[in-house]
Design a binder for this molecule. Structure first.
Ligand code: B16
Ligand code: MG
Length: 219
């Protein structure tokens, strides 16, 4: 990163909080209805993928065909269950180091935003009591293209009037890293380096991580 950092965009699920476990439970229950056993490994492939696209993938894996109308009903049913599950989220579910890192960004005059595929973003942020930490929030209700399209990240740049080249994206999904790179942003993977090899750098989490660590890794 050679340019000045002016904005950090955070993906939600897998970067700020682990909601993937609830997505998994809700999808697993739904898949049971058509006699399919969704595995944890398959759930990994759904990270960062929109609700509708996730359902299409599961139906494909199960070899089950449903009309668009039926798919709408199934997706709504999954979401109903998912929303029930995430009611248990509390401020303690925010990943370690996230608040401290964001506070450091603020001290350095760096803007912050969310770029998530989830249409439940607002509810999750409220449950975690961190809505106010972000200067802008882009969620699945505001986009027409799914990651790896860069729309979900570019919208924050536009709204906050920051160039993509001055923006860093934190993402846990390869498709999200692809989206950040497609938008001309610096992409930091959060998770396993083997799965996020397309990122500019990969971190295991935010504990002990600071702005200086981004500057140090020049590309
Ligand atoms: P919803 P992210 C993504 O969140 C999840 O990783 C993905 O599993 C989910 O299908 C998607 O949000 C849509 O979520 O059903 O709540 O609209 O990683 O983009 O923050
Ligand atoms: Mg994610």
């Amino acid at each position: 990163m050679t340019k000045k950092i002016k904005l950090c965009i955070f993906d939600l699920d897998g970067v700020i909080v682990d909601t993937a476990k609830y997505h998994y439970l809700a999808w697993k229950e739904l898949a049971k209805e058509f006699g399919y056993d969704l595995t944890k490994q398959q759930n990994e492939k759904l990270k960062g993928v929109s609700r509708v696209q996730s359902l299409k993938l599961i139906l494909q894996w199960a070899g089950v065909s449903k009309s668009e109308e039926e798919q709408k009903i199934l997706a709504a049913k999954k979401n109903e269950q998912y929303v029930k599950l995430i009611q248990s989220l509390t401020p303690n579910d925010v990943f370690p180091g996230v608040r401290e890192f964001i506070s450091e960004l603020k001290d350095n005059g760096i803007l912050t935003s969310i770029g998530s595929a989830s249409k439940n973003t607002r509810l999750i942020l409220e449950k975690l009591e961190i809505t106010g930490l972000f200067d802008y929030i882009v969620d699945g209700t505001m986009t027409t293209h799914s990651k790896p399209h860069p729309e979900v990240f570019l919208k924050s740049c536009e709204a906050l009037n920051i160039k993509p080249e001055n923006t860093v994206v934190f993402e846990d999904a390869p498709k999200g890293i692809e989206a950040a790179k497609a938008g001309g942003m610096y992409a930091i993977g959060v998770g396993n380096p083997d799965e996020l090899s397309n990122a500019d750098m990969v971190i295991s989490g935010f504990e002990g991580f600071g702005v200086k660590d981004i500057m140090l890794k020049k590309n």
